[in-house]
Design a protein around this ligand. Sequence first.
Ligand code: IPM
Ligand code: MN
Length: 359
Amino acid sequence: MKTYKIAVIPGDGTGPEVIGEGLKVLNAAEQVFGFRLESTPYDLGAGRYLRTGEILPDTVLDEFRAHDAMYLGAIGDPRVKPGILEKGILLRMRFELDQYINLRPIRLYPGVETPIKGKGPKEIDYCVVRENSGGLYTGMGGISRADSTDAVATQVMTYTYEQVERCCRYAFEYARKYGKKARGVGDRNTLALVGKSNVLTYMYQLWNRVFAEVGEEYPDVERQYFHVDATTLYMVASPEMFDVIVTENMFGDIITDLAAITQGGLGVSSGGNINPQGVSMFEPIGGSAPSWTGKHAINPIAAIGAGAMMLEHLGETEAARAIERAIASVTPKMKSQLANEMGFTTEQIGDMIAAAVTR
Ligand code: IPM
Ligand code: MN
């Protein structure tokens, strides 16, 4: 039987609760589809940091490399100064494991409320491929005379040819495989580069060139370009015009939060930090929501959806599809996607989705 080694990081706040439901659904899929997930739990996050002072030991990072995938709940706690765990765990994992793609499908499940008037699952159905290793996140820059009125700070956006090339290539491959035509919901596969070529002229000289060069190898994928500011407007006014979007790190960070609210919010948004040649990590993007811990009120769908993305990535396509269908069969029964307003407990949602996978 096919066996996959999964590093599970439940993390902080409501992370363990939603990961528990995610594992429940993944277990159901194992039974039906005949593969095995061998999961190893890892204690990382605010809890461990406050107890031991350890953030992300090198030995743990090395152990991650020996897994087929990683499944993360959430990291973050108000008792820890902002930045420590984000930089020390989340960003460090991305960089050290070279998870250079941040994949964020934007799909409105049936029955889920979107703040966009008149748009439904047919219109809100695209995917953002965010570059996840470079740009402003590289951390280059400095500050001089920090505490004076002469203070001057720089934070540099950097990209190498190779970083842009591998990101564009991933995005074209993705559009070829999962674009609207490939999925049978449109008549072409399109990939839109989102940038700011009218102002960041050096940066987009590089991105535009590489996007066009790599794109030559994908004649089946239609190329588009949009400025990032206009993109935020289109995402709200006409989300149906998007298929696959590729964008640099910081623009991607910003537009994927906007996209998340259009798909029903953090309770349903899942993401992957992907190294196509290495170990990738899948997560609900909502964060640890510490005030909801232990209340059985948080929505586990984002975590369950992340589990489906993980299976897709591992090649268990049918199982991934079954989980997505199971989620889509449960969302119409929920009153809301918001914590405490679902009409069900966290565990009940997990049970319903697991049962739908088994049916
Ligand atoms: C995300 C988050 C992270 C980011 C933070 C927590 C460092 O906002 O995954 O989008 O900025 O990438
Ligand atoms: Mn973000």
